[in-house]
Design a protein around this ligand. Structure first.
Ligand code: AMP
Length: 190
């Protein structure tokens, strides 16, 4: 069984790689961004609140995220899973660690996909025309990137220090297939 976390700034290719690896290992891909975007379709009060937060590039509250993740992970703990976009804050990582301890599971692999901001900007703008995501425009990109630097990077650094043996840095500027190949090699080796 494999429990995996993907870290990296928005646009680094986490989602693409997480999807490919989830198909390769036949485990669930839990993208909190995708789960939240689906929720927006409900068009209720919560959806309206989420929409204004997400379209500005800010983070949704830990409370909402933790309950979404706990609910989804409960059905996956016997199969293994990939977390993509979570945890993004220290409070989320504390919640996740408690969840792991309570359910006697652990993290087997953490992939941190790194890429510089100029390449990110180009990629996100390309994705914006392909997927028409409201948060993929130049004004919002900087807010999302700053959320990453101010919050999520601290979380990945924390995991890097405390889970060093399962933490792998991945160069996100390479071609998609090259990156997938590297990740699969690490999965096979360990
Ligand atoms: P993503 O597709 O992962 O880039 O997520 C899109 C947006 O969903 C983010 O900019 C946040 O507004 C929200 N979001 C996704 N995951 C989280 C999380 N773990 N914590 C807070 N907000 C999140």
């Amino acid at each position: 069984m494999k429990n995996i976390i993907f870290f990296g700034p928005p646009g680094a290719g986490k989602g693409t790689q997480a999807k490919k690896i989830s198909e390769y290992l036949n485990i669930s891909h839990l993208s909190t961004g995708d789960i939240l975007r689906k929720k927006l379709l409900d068009k209720d009060d919560l959806a309206n609140e989420l929409k204004s937060i997400m379209s500005s590039g800010n983070l949704v509250s830990d409370e909402i995220l933790n309950s979404i993740v706990a609910l989804r992970l409960k059905t996956e703990i016997y199969n293994g899973f990939i977390l993509d976009g979570y945890p993004r804050t220290l409070a989320q990582s504390v919640f996740l660690n408690n969840f792991f301890t309570e359910n006697s599971i652990s993290i087997n692999f953490i992939f941190n996909i790194q890429i510089n901001f100029e390449i990110l900007k180009e990629r996100i703008l390309k994705r914006s025309s392909e997927e028409s995501r409201e948060d993929d425009n130049i004004d919002v990109i900087e807010t999302r990137y700053n959320e990453y630097l101010n919050s999520t990077e601290k979380v990945s650094n924390f995991y890097k220090e405390n889970n060093h043996s399962v933490f792998y840095e991945i160069d996100g500027s390479q071609q998609i297939e090259e990156i997938t190949k590297k990740i699969k090699k690490i999965l096979k080796k360990s």
